[in-house]
Design a protein around this ligand. Structure first.
Ligand code: BEZ
Ligand code: FE
Length: 286
């Protein structure tokens, strides 16, 4: 076909995939072309809008650095990341739900014994976390690994702090023989996703705010089980109903109980009020 019409162009592009060697790639591209063309016809895209879209995607690419992935942020804020996660990690048998990884994961955090303070020298309200890691049948899992990270009590991650601060408010903890874990960190506060780039401009144009509710990140893994990349969201936090990246799941909202200064669960004497947060993770058998 030499000449195309507004409608026949779609099949013409799809026909060019006939020799694509990878069947899955062919399926994905066929669907992508179909939906993309339908979208362009649906909104009657103008040439000015088309060039604006090209400039936007170019700016997104130009914002990417080894420390900043603006394309993932675009995917996060358009709900694509959580959609892919939800399709690929359905919640079965009450096992812990997955949510976005986010840009602040730092591989190789130090391993601490149970009871350690992961947020030594980090500002924020002290919080004692505890719970168990269980298999889907309820059996406790010994030696499960919790890779934990969060911002400080003002919502700032070590990676965003001035200078080379090294790792802060991160660490890995292993469950004991009864599947129990316990550690100290801070109560997480809401904070904005990076909004000084093209994705921030897009959010403003959409009339949206850039905030995420207070949360602490975890990757929980154990032999013979599917690992889960997840968060605990602080009950009562602002923005639980409007997370900029749509990451909130009801089952991941954890209570943070406030206690007056006194003796903490680990026997340390606290001269400021502190919080406790209990959460059990169930992992699906591999
Ligand atoms: C975060 O949880 O830190 C985060 C997640 C997605 C995008 C930006 C930040
Ligand atoms: Fe985060």
């Amino acid at each position: 076909m030499r000449e195309v019409t507004e409608l026949s162009i779609t099949q013409a592009v799809i026909d060019r995939l006939k020799d694509a060697p990878d069947a899955r790639f062919k399926q994905v591209m066929t669907s992508l072309v179909t939906h993309l063309h339908d979208f362009v016809r649906d909104v009657r895209l103008t040439e000015a809008e088309w060039i604006k879209a090209i400039e936007f995607l170019t700016a997104v690419g130009q914002t990417v650095t080894p420390k900043r992935q603006e394309f993932i942020l675009l995917s996060d804020t358009l709900g694509v990341s959580i959609l892919v996660i939800t399709i690929n990690h359905p919640s079965i048998d009450g096992t812990a739900e997955s949510t976005v990884l986010g840009p602040y994961y730092w591989e190789g955090a130090p391993e601490f014994p149970n009871g350690a303070n992961l947020a030594e020298g980090v500002k924020g309200e002290p919080t004692f976390y505890s719970g168990r890691v269980l298999s889907s049948d309820g059996a406790p899992i010994a030696n499960a690994l919790l890779d934990v990270w969060s911002g400080d009590g003002e919502g700032t991650y070590d990676m965003q702090m001035e200078g080379d601060t090294g790792m802060k408010a991160r660490g890995r903890i292993r469950t004991d023989a009864e599947g129990r874990y316990w550690f100290r960190s801070i109560r997480p506060l809401f904070y904005p996703v990076p909004d000084d780039g093209p994705v921030g401009d897009m959010l403003r144009a959409m009339g949206r705010h850039p905030f995420r509710p207070g949360h602490i990140h975890m990757i929980v893994s154990a032999d013979g089980h599917h690992p889960v990349t997840t968060h605990l969201f602080a009950a009562g936090s602002e923005y639980l109903d409007s997370d900029a990246v749509f990451g909130v799941k009801e089952s991941l909202i954890a209570g943070y109980d406030r206690h007056e200064a006194g003796v903490a669960p680990d026997g340390t004497s606290m001269d400021v009020p502190y919080y406790t947060c209990r959460y059990d993770f169930r992992l699906r058998k591999a």
